[in-house]
Design a protein around this ligand. Structure first.
Ligand code: GTP
Ligand code: MG
Length: 462
């Protein structure tokens, strides 16, 4: 469906900042006409005469005066982001100049674009589906480079492809049921419940996987849940302060200083970490401290990453190894702190930990040594190793997740009907419900699909 009757919109696409290039994007039927009005190419050629996907050097001119020296890029519909005619003007940046170029374009007949309107047009003109449109807004808002990478994947259409294939299976099943009910002479439902049951199981599995990937999405959007753990006085709060670069947590030489968990957000190389400082873990009779210790243990269970702080002057104690054994399946980095007073002996620490694989880093929170190595270890772990963003699909959006849950419920209802031996039209009701929920994720239209499929595949009414 094309909506080509739109008016022409313009906006600064590069954001207003004091440096770099400013980009003004103009989209709509009158884009080239407006280009002709405001742009004087050095070659003398008019924008409307230029070839598509070519850039021209020249000047933006208003009332006979030069506003800026620019490059103008012409892109002809439909192979453009909005599927409309587009010109992009690269000017010299800076708030005043960029704004002046935009004003010139507006004076020539463009309307200021609403926020997200270019993307909205791309969606309405069928250039991108809804998951992709949402990914664009996520990219604009991406807080970290991991989140950005995820949005880029989604924009590429991974989610769209996955959903489309699920819907295709559902639609062909439903169409077959409808066809068989209408025309039993030609289409037999013998053996159909068995294959439907198998395929429904597969789809439920796939949807569950997509829903589960939301947990990874959570990591990306809200930050990696990083818990600082260790015995009292090891230097956990000091470490948090160093990483934050401010005296956020109270530090004293009294063991049991931190009584409650404390949460702060830090960004390392574009990765968002939710850092949680905890009460030092030990057996204690003090009720308040004990609550803190329980909270520390609970936080540890929820952690995506544990920074386990060992006091170099004390060494690895049995309590340390007990706690670490309990958290075996967690990603963990061992930090041997206070190496300014006690030399860091990695071999000794490893021997006590009985592990050669867990990263062990010597640091000093007070002298701020080893902190860069720690940061690099965390970024390496999440960029390269543990989370692979290349071929996994991550559902980060709550709306998408809820619709997946709806679709899964409907498919489970199909399974129930199958097990109870209900008549076939029961399956198709729930199948279509699943189909609709999945369609809402990608913003696809539902009504005519089934009829189209029945006619095209099963030649009804012949
Ligand atoms: N020499 C030295 N002392 C440190 C270092 N890091 C922390 N300390 C000291 O160790 C003591 C305990 O530090 P905290 O950061 O409060 O330790 P904690 O692990 O948070 O302790 P609790 O909250 O009681 O569990 C303080 O006196 C710190 O000054 C370090 O790298 N070197
Ligand atoms: Mg503390």
């Amino acid at each position: 469906m094309q909506h080509m009757e739109h008016d022409t919109i313009a906006a600064i696409a590069s954001g207003l900042s004091a440096s770099g290039i400013g980009i003004i994007r103009v989209s709509g039927n009158a884009a080239f006409e407006i280009g002709d009005a405001v742009f004087r190419a050095a070659s003398g050629k008019k924008v409307s005469e230029m070839e598509s996907f070519k850039a021209a050097y020249g000047f933006i001119v208003a009332d006979g005066k030069t506003v800026d020296e620019v490059l103008l890029l012409k892109m002809k519909a439909p192979h453009t982001y909005t599927r409309e005619d587009i010109i992009e003007i690269d000017c010299h940046g800076g708030i005043v100049v960029t704004k002046a170029v935009l004003d010139t374009v507006l004076a020539a007949g463009a309307r200021p674009a609403e926020p997200g309107e270019f993307t909205k047009r791309a969606f309405l003109n069928g250039r991108i589906d809804r998951t992709q449109a949402e990914a664009v807004s996520d990219i604009i808002a991406a807080k970290s480079s991991l989140a950005l990478k995820n949005s880029v994947n989604q924009l590429r259409g991974d989610v769209k492809t996955k959903i489309a294939s699920l819907r295709d299976t559902i639609l062909s099943k439903t169409a077959f049921i409808e066809a068989a009910l209408d025309d039993p002479e030609h289409y037999s439902l013998d053996g159909f419940p068995e294959t439907l049951s198998e395929d429904t199981d597969k789809m439920i599995d796939e949807i569950s996987r997509l829903i589960k990937s939301n947990d990874n999405g959570r990591i990306i959007k809200e930050g990696i849940n990083t818990v600082i753990l260790g015995r009292p006085n090891a230097g956990k709060s000091s470490l948090l302060n160093v990483i934050l670069g401010e005296e956020r947590a109270i530090v004293t030489d009294i063991a049991g200083t931190t009584r409650d968990t404390l949460e702060e957000t830090v960004v390392l190389d574009g990765i968002v970490l939710k850092m949680i400082d905890t009460a030092g873990i030990r057996d204690t009779d003090n009720m308040i401290e004990r609550i803190g210790v329980d909270r520390a243990r609970a936080a540890a269970q929820e952690a995506d990453l544990i920074l386990y702080v060992v006091d170099a002057t004390v060494g690895v104690t049995d309590e340390d190894t007990d706690i670490l054994n309990m958290l075996k399946d967690k990603k963990c980095i061992i930090l041997v702190n206070k190496t300014d007073v006690e030399e860091f002996d990695e071999g000794k620490i490893r021997a006590k930990l009985q592990s050669s694989s867990v990263p062990v880093i010597g640091i000093s929170a007070t002298k701020q040594t080893g902190i860069d190595e720690l940061k690099k270890c965390i970024t390496d772990m999440f960029f390269a190793g543990s989370l692979d963003f290349n071929d996994e699909i991550y559902i980060t959006n709550i709306r998408q997740k809820n619709l997946l849950i709806e679709a899964k419920k409907s498919l489970e209802a199909v399974k129930d009907s199958l097990l109870a031996g209900m008549p076939e039209d029961f399956y198709s009701i729930d199948l279509m419900a699943a189909y609709t929920s999945l369609g809402l994720i990608t913003g696809d239209n539902v009504e005519d699909d089934l009829a189209d499929r029945i006619f095209s595949e099963f030649c009804m009414g012949k």
